[in-house]
Design a protein around this ligand. Sequence first.
Ligand SMILES: NC(=O)c1ccc[n+]([C@@H]2O[C@H](COP(=O)([O-])OP(=O)(O)OC[C@H]3O[C@@H](n4cnc5c(N)ncnc54)[C@H](OP(=O)(O)O)[C@@H]3O)[C@@H](O)[C@H]2O)c1
Ligand SMILES: *[C@@H]1O[C@H](CO)[C@@H](O)[C@H](O)[C@H]1NC(C)=O
Ligand SMILES: *[C@@H]1O[C@H](CO)[C@@H](O)[C@H](O)[C@H]1NC(C)=O
Ligand SMILES: CC(=O)N[C@H]1CO[C@H](CO)[C@@H](O)[C@@H]1O
Length: 305
Amino acid sequence: IPTVGLGTWKAAYPGEVTEAVKAAIDSGYRLFDCAYLYHNESEVGAGIHCKIKDGAINREDLFISSKLWCTYHKKSLVKTACSRSLKALKLDYLDLYVIHWPMGFKPGERDLPLDRTSMVIPSDSDFLDTWEAMEDLVIAGLVKYIGVSNFNHQQLQRILDKPGLRFKPITNQIECHPYLNQKDLIKFCQSRNVSVTVYRPLGSSWRTWTLEGLDMMDDPVIEKIARKHNKSAAQIMIRFQIQRHTIVIVKSVTPKWIRENIQVVFNFELTEEDMEAMLELNRNRRLATFPTTKNHKDYPFHIEY
Ligand SMILES: NC(=O)c1ccc[n+]([C@@H]2O[C@H](COP(=O)([O-])OP(=O)(O)OC[C@H]3O[C@@H](n4cnc5c(N)ncnc54)[C@H](OP(=O)(O)O)[C@@H]3O)[C@@H](O)[C@H]2O)c1
Ligand SMILES: *[C@@H]1O[C@H](CO)[C@@H](O)[C@H](O)[C@H]1NC(C)=O
Ligand SMILES: *[C@@H]1O[C@H](CO)[C@@H](O)[C@H](O)[C@H]1NC(C)=O
Ligand SMILES: CC(=O)N[C@H]1CO[C@H](CO)[C@@H](O)[C@@H]1O
């Protein structure tokens, strides 16, 4: 999996993400993180196909990933969901398909089916069964690799322990940034040869959504390290993850930032001291808490990691 990928969630207007994808391919990105839930896979696909048609890139050079949404966890729905993403992206295979969350929701029109108390309505599916259907996608040639997202260590272990497991998850995609550094979960995944893909490495997709008034972009420790290396705070936060041997998905629709964010792969390195100082910033501040799902039997964040 390429080290740095473009996140495609929350573009502000239709077409914006198409331009971001094109700019990213020009800047050297090969990994694109998509999801059915983002409802913009056709726009992402348009950017990809524009660049393939131009001759700028071949399909085989790209690593395209998408995610199975929670309302499609029933075994019989997994292939339908995957085919939908493929159709929107106009691709005949995905490089990676991950289970977006360990929790299954009631199937239907609504992405987030809620009861009268505004809590999610679960489905009776079990993610081990969902995993079997994910494995079938590999056998059918629709996807090359499969993985998970937002799984805690016990949930990941449950898949690894599954009798008759045909394919291991190649990655666990999790929220991670200096204020939620996920030290234990990263250690756990890597010790089991499951790679970690970091999402939200800069802490947010909404400028206004800061961490309770804390904006990591202004963190004095990060700023100091950035000044020392003549890099931006964002570059320090991305490089920090790369040096922990994780894969980083970073979202931007701003061409200057798209370029800046991938330039961290080469030409500079944080010292051991820098890394330690970054690790000390941890305060277990999770943004993606998904409060409407707290009562779900597979809610992942009731345990420490
Ligand atoms: N698996 C999951 O459950 C899950 C959950 C959340 C996210 N994700 C994935 O992870 C991706 C990234 O997470 P995210 O979008 O939440 O947050 P993020 O990548 O941490 O932050 C994105 C925000 O930072 C800004 N930004 C980007 N580069 C910058 C730079 N160099 N300097 C200053 N600001 C910069 C962007 O602005 P502009 O866009 O305005 O340029 C955007 O507002 C998502 O797009 C999605 O693909 C997955
Ligand atoms: C992880 O991979 C390494 C290198 O291929 C191997 O030596 C080790 O046994 C693997 N560990 C697990 C837990 O699978
Ligand atoms: C710092 O980085 C900027 C932009 O990348 C560059 O133009 C400038 O020459 C650099 N300064 C030093 C002292 O290296
Ligand atoms: C085709 C489609 O639904 N595109 C959507 C992609 O996402 C942005 C914002 O999240 C929407 O405005 C688009 O309509």
